[in-house]
Design a protein around this ligand. Structure first.
Ligand SMILES: Cc1cc2nc3c(=O)[nH]c(=O)nc-3n(C[C@H](O)[C@H](O)[C@H](O)COP(=O)(O)O)c2cc1C
Ligand code: SF4
Ligand code: SF4
Length: 258
């Protein structure tokens, strides 16, 4: 059975997971979720994977938009892998509800702990912590591929999970990313290379006179800030001395919007 994996990724963690699954599953294609693919309204195959990062204990807005627009056969085996730095909150629950609304089931869900990339709020994880997450990811991929190959049904339930969903759902209501790009600015190191514009999955950066101009449809994926080769993009003043992160096995051209 052909598998299609749709992924959304700002700093490469979710892309790395998607690539590792593709390397181990037969007959699999991989498609980036970005503004262009939402518009193109893909028709998915019979086994569908949706891989994305947790934002504010829920789903990135663009992934929601994509799920709403994509056509998925009613009998498809749909699985998800969510990547997160600390807690997945209500992300899986939100996806399941969106699918149910379209008359589809979420057959299996997996959580993958990865380095937190929201350097707007905290410094990058230490190298030691990052390595621990990467090692853990390698081990889990084999298990996940086995489950997918066997069409296993995997649900999250229990009291802890219900609390996580409820609290996560409440916190998610504060996630309003579009205009947060007003806090981005470039320091004197910017050389006008335009990479920030190419990595933006939301077509939210226009290059005007060789400087990025944010258009207030921001997903807060932080790709522009994390992949700027000059570390020139700052968020308020908090990122000036904070360092940057992206997954070491992903190169910037893989993040470019398709
Ligand atoms: C806007 C934003 C919000 C985030 N919110 C959460 C969160 O609620 N819980 C969490 O564990 N990690 C959170 N993170 C961290 C990411 O989910 C995590 O680092 C993820 O693996 C990044 O994936 P990517 O490299 O594919 O973009 C957040 C990151 C961003 C950019
Ligand atoms: S990626 Fe960085 S250096 Fe290149 S144009 Fe954008 S802000 Fe400037
Ligand atoms: S402007 Fe930056 S943070 Fe916002 S969606 Fe584009 S790349 Fe992501």
């Amino acid at each position: 059975m052909k598998t299609t994996i749709y992924y959304f990724s700002g700093t490469g963690n979710s892309l790395k997971v998607a690539k590792d699954i593709v390397a181990k599953l037969k007959d699999t294609e991989i498609i980036q979720i970005c503004k262009n693919t939402v518009v193109n309204n893909y028709v998915a195959g019979n086994k569908i994977g949706i891989v994305f990062p947790v934002y504010s204990f829920g789903m990135p807005l663009l992934v929601k938009e994509f799920i709403e627009s994509v056509e998925i056969p009613k009998d498809a085996y749909v699985f998800t892998i969510v990547t997160f730095g600390a807690a997945a909150g209500a992300a899986i629950d939100q996806l399941e509800k969106l699918l149910n609304y379209k008359g589809l089931e979420l057959s299996a869900a997996f959580k993958m702990k990865m380095p937190g990339n929201y350097q707007v709020m905290y410094a990058p994880f230490s190298e030691e912590k990052q390595k621990k997450d990467f090692k853990n990811e390698e081990g889990k991929i084999t298990e996940i591929v086995r489950s997918i190959n066997n069409n296993e049904i995997i649900k999250f339930s229990g009291v802890g999970e219900s609390i996580m969903k409820a609290v996560g759902g409440m916190l998610y209501t504060r996630f309003k990313p579009y205009e947060k790009d007003k806090n981005f600015w470039t320091d004197e190191k910017c050389n006008g290379c335009g990479i920030c514009s190419k990595v933006c999955p939301a077509n939210n950066i226009k290059m005007i006179e060789e400087k990025p101009q944010w258009q207030h449809k921001c997903e807060q994926c932080v790709a522009c800030m994390q992949w700027c080769p000059k570390e020139s993009i700052q968020y308020k003043k908090v990122t000036v001395n904070r360092g940057r992160y992206h997954h070491p096995d992903v190169v910037v051209t893989e993040i470019f919007q398709k």
